[in-house]
Design a protein around this ligand. Structure first.
Ligand code: DQA
Length: 147
C-alpha cells in the first residue's frame, strides 16, 4: 500500500524543540524509521511537511485529486486544535486520514484536549513519540485490509 505522511506546523523542529516532550530525534530520523518499517511490510511512504495551513490543505487536495494513496497520516501540530480549514479538507477528500500526535495531548494543557480534526478522521493515535506514526500505520493498514 501507499501512504502519505504529512507533518504540520513546527514539526520541522522536532529533535530541537521541547525535547522533553517530543524527544531528541529529528523529523528526518523519524521519517527514516517509518520508511524502514513500511518497507518491511511491503508498503511505500511519502513525506511532506509544511508550517503553512493552506499548503497542508493543498497537499490533502492533491493526494485526493491525483490519487495513488491508500491513506494519510496527519500530524497537524497546533492546527489540530483549531483549524476548521484542515477539518473541511479532510472531510472533502475520499482518502482515509489518521490523526497523529507524538505527545499524549490529553495529559497536557487543556487547549490540546480538543481536536477539531478527530471527528472526520478514521482514527487517532497519540502519546507514543515517533511510535505514534508506526502505530497509526499498522492500524490504518489493518483497517484497510478489513482485519
Ligand atoms: C503535537 C501536539 C500538538 O498539541 C502540538 O501543538 C504540536 C505537536 C504532537 O505531535 O504531540 O506541535 O501534534
Amino acid at each position: 500500500m501507499n501512504f502519505l505522511i504529512i507533518n504540520g506546523v513546527n514539526l520541522n523542529l522536532t529533535g530541537k524543540r521541547e525535547k522533553d516532550v517530543y524527544g531528541g530525534a529529528s523529523l528526518e530520523e523519524i521519517n527514516e524509521k517509518i520508511a524502514a518499517f513500511a518497507a518491511k511490510n511491503g508498503n511505500k511512504v511519502d513525506f511532506y511537511q509544511s508550517n503553512i495551513e493552506g499548503e497542508l490543505v493543498d497537499k490533502l487536495h492533491e493526494a485526493y485529486l491525483k490519487g495513488g494513496y491508500d491513506g494519510i497520516l496527519l500530524n497537524a501540530g497546533a492546527y489540530s486544535h483549531y483549524s476548521y480549514a484542515l477539518r473541511d479538507a479532510i472531510a472533502a477528500i475520499d482518502v482515509p486520514v489518521v490523526e497523529v500526535h507524538m505527545s499524549n495531548v490529553h495529559a497536557r494543557e487543556s487547549f490540546r484536549h480538543t481536536s477539531v480534526l478527530s471527528e472526520v478522521c478514521k482514527g487517532v493515535v497519540c502519546g507514543f513519540g515517533a511510535g505514534s506514526y508506526i502505530a497509526a500505520l499498522v492500524g490504518l493498514q489493518d483497517a484497510l485490509n478489513d482485519l
